[in-house]
Ligand binder design. Structure first.
Ligand code: NAP
Length: 246
């Protein structure tokens, strides 16, 4: 069975539904358990099994308890998608320590804590898949010193875990999206004082395929790494951005 973090909405929700369609029972994990209800319903509509788990991925105790509950109620987790994320954008001279620490805490520490808890089940099973959500911002993005550091860090974490866990049949890969239409990018448009439509139109003009991404575009890429047939692909970063650059 699979755990998807930050699965109450956006890319995480689309990934949970996609993995359910591929035959996995899914733990829909997010900060607020009640907020997971919509995704659980969408998975069940696909004929899948889902469990809502309220858990802050940056909190070690909550992660241990959450993964233990998943194992008890849905079975041993062998697939982990580290997708939970936040943004606290600002230029370096205005970025607070709190802005820096909280973003690193959710993306990077969260992925570490989740992987540490789940790998016990994966190594015992002799099979597993970890997919971490990086970003095109890992290559650098104005106003995102915290976020780009976290997303580049995730690529290092991915490669090291691929080396450590390969012998147990566990692959570890990154999907690095470009612009995807979700509440996260809607919030950025709001902060810039423009409509989301104007924001996406402006972005799309510079993307080779001339459109922004949908959550399902990213879910497809995650599903590829999770497949049995992808077992020889590990430690890789796949940019899913409508072109070669983010
Ligand atoms: P989103 O719509 O903002 O969804 C993120 C989810 O993560 C929310 O439900 C959020 O819950 C949850 N979350 C936040 N902090 C958490 C924590 N400590 N523990 C558990 N869950 C937590 O974001 P998205 O656009 O779908 O992005 C998903 C992932 O893709 C993120 O890692 C993001 O950085 C990455 N990504 C997105 C884009 C893009 O263009 N959208 C591009 C590149 C990479 P709350 O609502 O309660 O905060």
């Amino acid at each position: 069975m699979a755990i998807v973090t930050g699965a109450a909405r956006g890319i995480g929700a689309a990934t949970a539904v996609r993995l359910a369609r591929d035959g996995f029972a899914v733990a829909v994990l997010d900060l607020d358990e009640a907020a997971c209800a919509g995704t659980v319903e969408a998975v069940e509509k696909e004929g899948g099994r889902a469990l809502a788990i309220g858990c802050d991925v940056s909190n070690a105790e909550q992660v241990e308890a959450g993964v233990a509950r998943v194992a008890a109620e849905l079975g041993a987790p062998t697939v982990l998608v580290n997708n939970a994320g936040i943004i606290r954008d600002n230029l370096i001279h205005r970025m607070t320590e709190q802005d820096f620490d909280s973003v690193l805490g959710v993306h990077l520490r969260g992925a570490f804590l989740m992987a540490r808890a789940v790998q016990r089940h994966q190594t015992e099973a002799g099979w597993g898949r970890i997919v971490n959500l990086s970003s095109a911002a890992a290559l650098g993005n104005r106003g995102q010193a915290n976020y780009s550091s976290a997303k580049a860090g995730l690529q290092g974490l991915t490669k090291t875990l691929a080396i450590e866990l390969g012998r147990f049949g566990v692959t570890v890969n990154c999907v690095a999206p470009g612009f995807v239409a979700t509440e996260m990018t809607e919030a950025t448009a709001q902060r810039m004082g423009i409509t989301f439509e104007e924001f996406t139109t402006r972005y799309a003009a510079n993307i080779p395929v001339r459109r922004v991404g949908a959550p399902e575009d990213i879910a497809q890429a995650v599903a590829f790494f999770v497949r049995e047939e992808a077992g020889f692909v590990s430690g890789q970063v796949l940019y899913v951005a409508g072109g070669p650059k983010g």
